[in-house]
Design a protein. Structure first.
Length: 195
């Protein structure tokens, strides 16, 4: 679903000449925790996107902060940051996106093993309680379906730095029927949190 992982949504002058800007000003990068793409700023391995940015601009020139997703987008819009990691045009259509991404990612629908749900298109989720991370864009078709049918759907929006972990636990407790996430992020969370 979220087919292209557009890594650096750089706004304004930062995008025009990011190398010169980073050397002079530094680059403030914001995002929520989304490992293996980006994670703990103090970790030896903060996520491959952050490691790439540090290699490109220099480690000391990249100031990377973890914040809730919607706050990260708000702060870049208001000038308190230069870039949001992992954004797609559906998340922040007013941002400027590069023509090439650092990688590709898909989104899967996760259910319990004994679930009878078969996902074929967004309409497949109309009668189940679906978990989504607040402020995330999933793909054009799914986002449009949610926007057009929001009042008729059963949706739970998870927030905070542990939004995915909360949804996994809710699914295990049968308080959700399904949730959406990138397979790499899902696997990383399962292993790192020992879920």
């Amino acid at each position: 679903m979220r087919k292209l992982l557009l890594i650096c949504a750089i706004v304004g002058a930062v995008f025009v000449n990011p190398a010169i800007y980073a050397q002079e000003q530094g680059l403030t990068v914001l995002s929520d925790h989304w490992m293996p793409y980006n994670g703990d700023p103090k970790a030896k391995l903060p996520g491959y996107i952050i490691e790439c940015l540090q290699e490109i601009y220099g480690k000391k020139q990249v100031e990377y902060k973890i914040q809730p997703w919607t706050r990260s987008i708000f702060n870049v819009r208001s000038g308190a940051g230069d870039s949001v990691v992992g954004a797609a045009p559906g998340d922040c259509p007013d941002f400027i996106f590069p023509k090439e991404s650092f990688g590709l990612v898909g989104t899967f629908v996760y259910v319990l093993k004994d679930s009878k749900l078969e996902y074929k298109r967004p309409e497949s989720l109309k009668d189940v309680l679906v978990g989504l991370i607040d402020g995330y864009s999933y793909d054009v078709e799914f986002d449009k379906y949610i926007k057009d049918n929001r009042d008729q759907l059963k949706l739970h929006f998870s927030k905070g730095d542990d939004a995915l972990e909360k949804m996994i636990k809710m699914l295990q407790a049968k308080r959700l029927d399904a949730f959406l996430e990138s397979p790499a992020v899902f696997e990383w969370t399962l292993k790192s949190k020992k879920l």
